[in-house]
Design a protein around this ligand. Structure first.
Ligand code: CP3
Length: 357
């Protein structure tokens, strides 16, 4: 890894001592930034993902404008199913749509085995270009969707409320579900390994829809494949983060999946979670993203709550509990980052890297 000027995020992932808590935001490159919208006016979302110069530019925007401690490569989790042959459209105001959802064995058989170096070269080029343009300023995070979260979009064909079709698949044809999940896990592992080789300093697996499964189903259809990915990633010491939404009951098992960091949504108490799993993994999170609709005094109050809930010492990366919302005032995002940088110093003293509860 080349030398980073600001490596506070990486140190926190490894639960090493830090002078203050690092901060970044999921979906930090996005529509809430006028500078993003200016580029987005000229190119549609997928064109931006597939044009390394544009992807690199919007990846770096929040580092320069908002002051975050890490960049996350601009792309989408759904480029993997697209590379497997699914026709993807991101509809304005509606979100992603697959025109040929996977519903049976024939559909599944048509899914191609991908080679990231060939089929997702545009992402790897964007990673390499972004790394050059960041000039070692802050680390770059690569990411993928968990096999289960990808499967929900591939089977439903779009976002869903009840996940009826994908859950029907789990219960009526579990063997088919497992075979697709297994294929996705291999693709994810190769993809994250290729991103690390192209220069990513850390990787995050998004299991956005893990929380819609029962405890047993989560273990069988999601966690098992997250574990498979982590065991197969080719890496030196680049941290792996797993973000799962709504998985209260499965925290211990998630912490044992082999990741260095567990990302939490805003419904969980950081201090409580730390007591349970803080000796195994670092924690990332977990301010409610809607707090950014409040005034800056309220944002300060809520930021302090998150910091003091975690308490003193290393092993915390400040983040939102899910992605930043598109109608947030960028001034509030800027204020949040500044507040974390200032307010968190009090939680880090020399010699407190051994965790205190
Ligand atoms: O965090 C970052 O800044 C990196 C970029 C990023 C995007 N998508 C860009 C994007 C990341 C990490 C993702 C992950 C992603 N994509 C997830 C998992 C994380 C999460 O938020 O739950 C999921 C479920 C998707 C699928 C997806 N792609 C959805 C549901 C949407 C529509 C969302 C919306 O706000 O309209 C997309 C499109 C998308 N991905 C946009 C962006 C910036 C909006 C596209 C636009 O500019 O019109």
């Amino acid at each position: 890894m080349n030398k980073l000027q600001n490596d506070i995020f990486i140190r926190a992932c490894k639960r090493q001592s830090v002078e203050r808590t690092p901060v970044w935001m999921m979906r930090q490159a996005g529509r809430y930034l006028p500078e993003y919208r200016a580029i987005r006016k000229k190119a549609d979302f997928l064109t931006m993902c597939k044009t390394p110069e544009l992807a690199a530019e919007v990846t770096i925007q929040p580092v320069e404008i908002i002051g975050v401690d890490a960049a996350i490569i601009f792309s989408d989790i759904l480029v993997i199913p697209e590379a497997m042959g699914m026709r993807l459209e991101i509809r304005e105001g509606e979100g992603p749509v697959f025109h040929n959802p996977v519903r049976n064995e024939d559909d599944a058989r048509r899914l191609k085995t991908i080679d990231p170096g060939r089929d997702l070269k545009f992402v790897l080029d964007a990673v390499a270009l972004t790394k050059r343009e960041l000039k070692g300023n802050v680390p770059l995070i690569g990411f993928c969707g968990s096999p289960w979260t990808l499967l929900t979009y591939m089977v439903e064909g779009r976002g869903s409320k009840n996940f009826s079709r994908v859950k029907s698949l789990l219960y009526n044809n579990p063997a088919l579900a497992h075979s697709i999940l297994d294929k996705l896990a291999d693709a994810d592992a190769d993809y994250l390994s290729a991103k690390i080789e192209a220069g990513a300093d850390a990787v995050q697996i998004f299991d956005t829809w893990g929380g819609v499964l029962s405890q047993n189903d989560f273990e069988e259809f999601s966690l098992r494949y997250i574990e498979k990915i982590i065991s197969q990633i080719r890496r030196k010491d680049q941290p792996v983060i797993v973000f799962a939404k709504g998985v209260h009951y499965n925290l211990e098992r998630l912490a044992g999946a082999g990741a260095d960091v567990v990302g939490l949504d805003w419904t969980m108490d950081l201090g409580e979670v730390r007591k349970k799993i803080g000796s195994k993994v670092a924690l990332q999170g977990n301010l409610d993203p809607t707090v950014l609709y409040a005034n800056q005094d309220k944002i300060r109050e809520e930021t302090r709550k998150v910091l003091s809930s975690f308490g003193e010492g290393g092993g915390h990366i400040f983040n939102l509990g899910h992605g930043i919302l598109p109608d947030v005032d960028p001034e509030n995002a800027k204020a949040l980052v500044q507040l974390v940088k200032e307010e968190s110093k009090a939680f880090h003293h020399r010699g407190t890297e051994t965790q205190r509860f």
